[in-house]
Design a protein around this ligand. Structure first.
Ligand code: S0N
Length: 306
């Protein structure tokens, strides 16, 4: 189907309620959408934002009807502009009356380890820590107004973890050094060329309108709506295609692709998936059943495969 999904808001299971994010699921389809909802701050995150995101991602992981997760920002101006600099302290980012922390690092790991594809849907700025969040997602679909870059060296921060290692794999070490050392911004087209995004979606359907009228408020408002609809249409199409495939094959591929970069943690993830598959086999169940029946397992009926 080519229609956009009907999104239904999902309440926060913890009972606290979401203030910084919107969490939705598509009615009748295995797609969840998690949106940072701080457009007045270009969707910068504070610790509370990250805590809410982590609760939503955990729910989407646990829900066996969900196969793909879209991660986005509210509006057309920004996907995410990184850590909220107005709450940055000597010990990380701090919510009122709380200690500072860098809990975005936990979110990065959670997205990385989540055994379902996460698609970053990027309109506007994906910069600073927001750029790293899109990089840790499995796929990135960008509107043609998207802007990518690191700002750390300009605002006194850096991400020497995934922010450097995953970027270097994505765009190569020379480009990664350029991105971090110079802290420039790159257009969607440039990001596409570098291999930072999977697809750039055109934002305008109103090309026939002459240049003068394009600048009226109404036209600009309509263009923003069209931009978001086009972007979501394309992203949802990718989700639907993934959802036609084998959940186990997709899960194994994600963990295998991670394993190359994640050292022991990556191997642990891949190995855990191997155990999961073994649990489903006759051979694996022989051991469990023998234990429960207080008999000796008979593994002799299983071949030592070449
Ligand atoms: C995004 C930019 C380029 C948008 O420019 P534009 O469209 O001209 O809008 P502005 O007028 O600048 O912004 C509108 C309002 O939004 C506020 N605002 C925007 N971004 C932030 C932000 N990050 N923090 C707080 N406020 C923000 C503006 O102040 C403005 O508000 P008003 O209207 O009240 O003035 C432009 O806004 C921009 O450059 N933003 C800053 C980008 C930035 O430097 N981000 C921080 C980079 N650093 C991190 O993210 C570190 C994150 C981290 O936690 C970390 C730490 C250790 C290891 C890893 C990480 C990690 O993230 O991975």
């Amino acid at each position: 189907p080519s229609h956009l999904p009907v999104w239904r808001a999902v309440p926060d299971e913890s009972g606290k309620g979401f203030t910084d994010i919107i969490y939705e699921k598509a009615v009748g389809e295995g797609i969840a959408k998690i949106t940072i909802n701080r457009p007045e701050k270009r969707n910068a995150f504070r610790p509370l934002t990250i805590k809410e995101l982590m609760r939503a991602f955990a729910d989407a992981r646990d829900d066996t009807s969900i196969g793909v997760i879209i991660f986005t920002g509210k509006g057309t101006e920004a996907f995410c502009s990184g850590g909220d600099q107005s709450v940055r302290t000597k010990s990380g980012y701090a919510d009122p009356a709380d200690v500072g922390r860098l809990n975005v690092l936990d979110l990065q790991v959670q997205i990385r380890r989540l055994p379902k594809p996460v698609i970053a849907m990027v309109a506007g700025y994906a910069v600073g820590g927001g750029h790293i969040l899109h990089m840790v997602c499995d796929l990135t679909i960008a509107a043609d107004n998207a802007v990518f870059g690191q700002t750390g060296p300009k605002v006194g921060s850096f991400d020497a973890g995934y922010g450097c290692s995953i970027m270097s794999r994505l765009i190569g070490p020379k480009r990664a050094r350029e991105m971090w050392y110079l802290a420039r911004f790159y257009s969607a087209a440039e990001a596409d060329k570098m291999g930072l995004v999977n697809k750039v979606v055109p934002g305008s359907l109103i090309d026939s309108v002459n240049d003068q009228s394009r600048h009226t408020d109404v036209i600009m408002f309509m263009e923003k709506l069209v931009q978001l609809a086009n972007l979501e249409q394309e992203t949802v199409q990718w989700c639907r295609e993934i959802l036609t495939n084998s959940p186990t094959a997709v899960r194994m591929c994600k963990s295998a692709l991670n394993a190359v970069d994640d050292g022991h943690a990556g191997l642990q993830e891949l190995a855990g998936n191997a155990t999961l598959l073994f649990y489903g086999s006759e051979e694996g169940n022989e051991g469990k059943n023998a234990y429960l029946n207080k008999t000796r397992p008979n593994f002799s009926k299983f071949p030592w495969l070449p």
